[in-house]
Design a protein around this ligand. Sequence first.
Ligand code: FES
Length: 133
Amino acid sequence: MESLHNLVRISLPNYLKNLPIPDSFAGLFKLNASEIIKLLPFLGIVSFSVYITYKVTCPAANRRSTKTLKCNPSICKEKEKVVDFVEIEEICKKVSYCRCWRSKKFPLCDGSHNAHNKETGDNVGPLVLKVAE
Ligand code: FES
């Protein structure tokens, strides 16, 4: 307990008192190399504390990783961008194009969106093109 007391009451205040913290933001640019090196651990701890506080308190930071933000889980992953072209004349009476990125017949819909919606609570469905009568 005494070592904690010494850390909080003596070592930490002495450390903070000796930090070369400038009076203004512009003062940061006047620091020499040894002063900057002295400040680095302190800035690292402050930055880490701000980051942890943000992660714990901000719901948006905890929502999803970038991996789960991807809407295409498996289709043509070797391509930089998946683009499909369809000649208008190829469309007969009605055709459904997948918008959930789960179809085994992509870009056509094969009904896989139903399983995806049931699993995730999502509500995606195909783009249906119909020839006007
Ligand atoms: S399978 Fe993807 S929208 Fe139907």
